[in-house]
Design a protein around this ligand. Structure first.
Ligand code: IYR
Length: 221
């Protein structure tokens, strides 16, 4: 078919190599933990750039690639984001969140205070493009945008983990302030803030268990 090329690369593995690779990759991802205590140790921009490129390799609806990544190491902008996020978080913890929601958050020990938004060397704000814009400013329809951007964020988290960095998926709600602070166009919607860096030396994480295979899956064979 026109516009098609032969599959340029595929890692053909033997059954044994496949099994080993699957086990090792799972073990590697199982070592990822969401961290809330970050060190201010700098992280080179090149690492963040490579991870964003990896995230941009995600599949997307009709290959519209409906994402934009804003990477921030600038202290003033981080301080502005923290200030705006803490205003929303205060509203959330004091008024908006239901009792049930607050109870569900208890094991995580979260509160209105978000020092990591200033302390961590990088914040990556991910935006979802609700529609695209061509050179003349006409709208281009996007498909399965939340699915596409969600997959891309998963790949970004994995790439950062593979680079030896810790992350925190942070979703102050609503996140409209990100559009203003980061001056993003009207077709974009803030999707997630990913806090990235080295964990603090004394970082702790909640003692959480992941579900077993039987709990998360079923098979028809
Ligand atoms: N955005 C708030 C609350 C929060 C909500 C969920 I769902 C979490 O998994 C964690 C926190 C906060 O960041 O504290």
């Amino acid at each position: 078919m026109k516009g098609f090329i032969p599959l340029p690369y595929f890692s053909y593995l033997s059954d044994d190599e496949m099994r080993q690779s699957a086990v090792e990759f799972n073990q590697f991802l199982q070592k990822r933990r969401t961290v809330r205590d970050f060190s201010d140790k700098p992280v080179a921009k090149e690492i963040i750039e490579q991870c964003i490129l990896a995230a941009g390799s995600a599949p997307s609806g009709a290959h519209m690639q409906p994402w934009h990544f804003v990477a921030i190491s600038n202290s003033e902008i981080k301080a502005k984001i923290r200030e705006a996020a803490e205003i929303e978080e205060k509203e959330f913890y004091e008024h908006r969140a239901s009792k049930e929601w607050l109870k569900a958050l208890e094991p995580l020990g979260t509160d209105t205070n978000k020092p990591f938004l200033e302390k961590a060397p990088w914040l990556i704000a991910i935006f979802a493009e609700r529609y695209g814009l061509d050179e003349q400013g006409n709208r281009i329809k996007h498909y399965y945008t939340p699915e596409s951007v969600g997959i891309s964020c998963g790949m970004l988290i994995s790439a950062l983990h593979a680079s030896g960095l810790a992350t925190l998926t942070h979703t102050p709600s609503p996140m409209g302030f990100l559009k203003d602070i980061l001056k993003r166009p009207t077709n974009e919607r803030p999707f997630l803030i990913l806090v990235c860096g080295h964990p603090a030396e004394d970082a702790t994480v909640p003692d959480l268990k992941r579900l077993e295979l039987e709990e998360v899956s079923s098979f028809f064979e």
